[in-house]
Design a binder for this molecule. Structure first.
Ligand SMILES: [Fe+2]
Ligand SMILES: [Fe+2]
Length: 274
């Protein structure tokens, strides 16, 4: 029985990449811009614990999957997320070494993740699908608009593009497991509301915490340029919003947006094509 919907030409397998970003993270690596740097760093702070929870949620159901293709993709998904977690842990440790109070930020998010980890399995998996949708839409944006990373140091740009490629490759894995093992459309959409609230809440709080440490929390020019980046031009969140909301559609599926061409192009740019 075929459950996997990952299209042909896409393989879900970890690449054993390692990035030396310690030096970059001592600087405002995103084009010298305080807000952009803080925003991407704020996203990174959610990855190690968030991606561990994605792995945990999918593991709760892996034995119920009787499709060899999807089972292989689950192994690939776990491998990819484990390596993302590892690289972002090192990323976040470098931020800590720079003097940010990462422990306090981690503690707040870990408390939330501990709560998520006690939810019924179906809700955990629905939460993973919702969070994976956020990463998939943001990943698509990074791959489609390299100009949004203009000014980023080459190693940081490479790290974010590698992560974006693999998020795109595995964007339907948790979703296919959910469709097969749970399949509750209403639950999927209700849980997405909670995931959305938490995604924006933690990204905002983390960005504020980093800006505060930079002495820029109350800087109007920093916020004006940040709001312009997110909502004006290029308008990262504004342009991603239709993609985020698409998840509410009845019958939504991640590969309804076929962006295999972006995987291919970016693998070529990073010289990762096999
Ligand atoms: Fe990831
Ligand atoms: Fe992912």
């Amino acid at each position: 029985m075929t459950i996997s919907s990952t299209p042909s030409g896409v393989s879900v397998a970890p690449r054993h990449m390692h990035f030396n970003v310690d030096r970059d993270l001592e600087t405002l690596w995103h084009g010298g811009d305080v807000f952009r740097t803080a925003f991407f760093n704020a996203l990174s702070l959610q990855f190690p614990d968030g991606e561990q929870q994605f792995i945990n949620a999918v593991r709760l159901y892996r034995d119920k999957v009787d499709d060899s293709k999807l089972s292989k993709e689950i192994r690939g998904f776990i491998g990819q997320e484990a390596l993302h977690s590892r690289e972002h842990k090192q990323y976040n440790d470098a931020l800590k070494a720079r003097g940010y109070d990462i422990d306090a930020i981690d503690q707040r998010f870990r408390k939330h993740m501990a709560w998520v980890g006690k939810l019924p399995p179906s809700r955990q998996l629905a939460g993973t699908c919702g969070a994976e949708h956020y990463t998939a839409v943001l990943a698509n944006a990074i791959l489609e608009h390299p100009e949004w990373m203009a000014g980023a140091t080459p190693e940081m740009s490479r790290l974010w593009r590698w992560h974006a490629i693999e998020e795109t490759e595995h964007k339907s894995v948790a979703f296919d497991v959910y469709q097969h093992c749970v399949g509750d459309e209403k639950l999927r959409r209700i849980v997405f509301l909670f995931v959305s609230w938490n995604f924006f809440k933690f990204t905002f709080l983390n960005t504020c915490a980093l800006l505060k440490a930079d002495g820029k929390l109350w800087s109007l020019t920093t916020w004006a340029s940040g709001m312009n980046f997110l909502w004006g031009r290029p308008g990262v969140i504004r342009k991603c919003l239709p993609g985020f909301l698409g998840y509410f559609k009845r019958g939504f599926h991640p590969w309804q947006h076929d962006n295999r061409d972006l995987i291919d192009k970016n693998l070529g740019d990073l010289e990762l094509k096999q």
